[in-house]
Design a protein around this ligand. Structure first.
Ligand code: NAD
Ligand code: WQD
Length: 331
């Protein structure tokens, strides 16, 4: 298939480009590089020894998007392009609603114009809100605590309405849990700008000595050791999940959790990281972070049943690969 990957220079997008190329697909990337570098495209080509086509464009730019659709016979779209920093979305909601919603609608419009009927969308476990774990796709969604999360819930709604009105439009909505890790080559991985918000990149930067110590946000949650529990999933598994979703897409709207089904606490992750890499991660207990929930993990059985996909990498390999990337990464 000829696959248009928006946000393909980003963290999850680049790993998915590798998986798509390795599965024999042709890849066209559209990314405005607002949170990534063009080098990741070169690294994808280096890892796979295959070429892809890259357009530096903004997905909210209708004309630029149209040009891509007219230049290529696109069979399917995987739409990663979006802003994703939760705190920033609270400070600048308009940027988030505009970028994430308009970008999605411009792409759907181009799909309709050019008869492209396969659409895979990056959603997030955040749309479940503070539901009861494990999160199942059939649950009613609860409000999220931030505009970022709302853009995901709204995009799901928009895609669902459009697919219902146009039954040949096939949509796969993938709700990711907590993506971590990196390609085993150490060439591509997560390189956030500034001080990381997410746990794993914070841990790797503490291990590297770039940051002094981890602050563990709360140790009084109703969890195994009082710290927050999440379902960490290796980005390589996530990438394979996209290939499976695209290749198995049938008419209608399909929602899948992409997680391992296993919850890990903050302290369990720190311990696993220290053990996997034989390195110390100093930490202190701090206040809870506003907006955090106690526990979030997937019921991942639907993706297994319908897509034949399950996560294969364990927490140790997530920690090893995340560290391998950070160790070698130069700003
Ligand atoms: P990322 O920031 O590394 O990648 C997103 C890419 O999209 C970047 O390369 C950025 O330059 C590009 N981009 C953003 N807005 C654009 C626009 N208007 N036009 C063109 N390119 C644009 O993030 P990621 O972690 O790879 O996330 C990919 C997707 O998955 C996002 O939609 C994100 O919301 C979603 N997601 C991520 C996580 C996570 O924890 N990383 C969890 C759930 C869902
Ligand atoms: C994990 C756990 C923190 C940092 C976020 C978004 C979600 C999705 C994934 C995009 C929590 C604790 C963290 C630190 C800590 N993103 N923590 N010290 O909050 O589950 O999800 O990223 O779609 O929408 O909300 O991930 O990695 O930030 O936190 O103690 O310095 O680690 O409290 O329990 P989260 P996270």
């Amino acid at each position: 298939m000829n696959v248009l990957v928006t946000g393909g220079a980003g963290y999850i997008g680049a790993h998915t480009c590798v998986a798509l190329l390795e599965a024999g697909h042709t890849v066209i990337v559209a990314d405005n590089l607002c949170n990534s570098k063009v080098e990741s495209i070169n690294k994808v080509q280096q890892i796979t020894n295959k070429d892809l086509t890259f357009y530096e464009i903004d997905t909210t730019d209708e004309k630029a998007v149209d040009t891509i659709f007219s230049n290529h016979e696109i069979d399917g779209v995987i739409h990663f392009a979006g802003l994703k920093a939760v705190g920033e979305s609270v400070e600048n909601p308009l940027a988030y609603y505009y970028n994430n919603l308009v970008g999605t609608m411009v792409l759907i419009k181009a799909c309709q114009k050019y008869g492209v009927n396969r659409f895979v969308f990056s959603s997030s476990a955040t749309v479940y809100g503070d539901n009861r774990v494990p999160f199942v796709e059939t649950m009613d969604l609860l409000p999220t605590t931030n505009p970022y999360g709302e853009t995901k819930a709204m995009s799901e709604r928009i895609l669902t309405d459009i697919a219902n009105a146009n039954p040949v439009f096939s949509v796969s909505i993938l709700r990711y849990f907590n993506p971590v890790g990196a390609h085993e080559s150490g060439l591509i991985g997560e390189a956030p700008n500034g001080i990381p918000n997410n746990l794993m990149p914070y841990v790797t930067q503490v291990a590297k000595g770039k940051l002094e110590k981890l602050r563990v946000f709360g140790n009084d949650y109703p969890t195994v050791d009082g710290t927050g529990v999440r379902d960490y999933i290796h980005v390589l598994d996530l990438a394979e999940g996209h290939v499976a979703a695209l290749e198995n897409l049938t008419e209608g709207v399909h929602v899948y959790n992409l997680g391992t089904g296993k919850g890990t606490s903050v302290l369990e992750l720190v311990k696993a990281f220290e053990g996997a890499n034989d390195i110390e991660v100093p930490y202190e207990i701090a206040n809870r972070r506003p907006g955090d929930i106690a526990s979030c993990y997937a019921d991942a059985s639907k993706a297994k049943r319908e897509l034949g996909w399950t996560a294969k990498h364990d927490l140790i390999s997530m920690c090893r690969d995340a560290w391998q990337f950070e160790k070698n990464y130069k700003e």
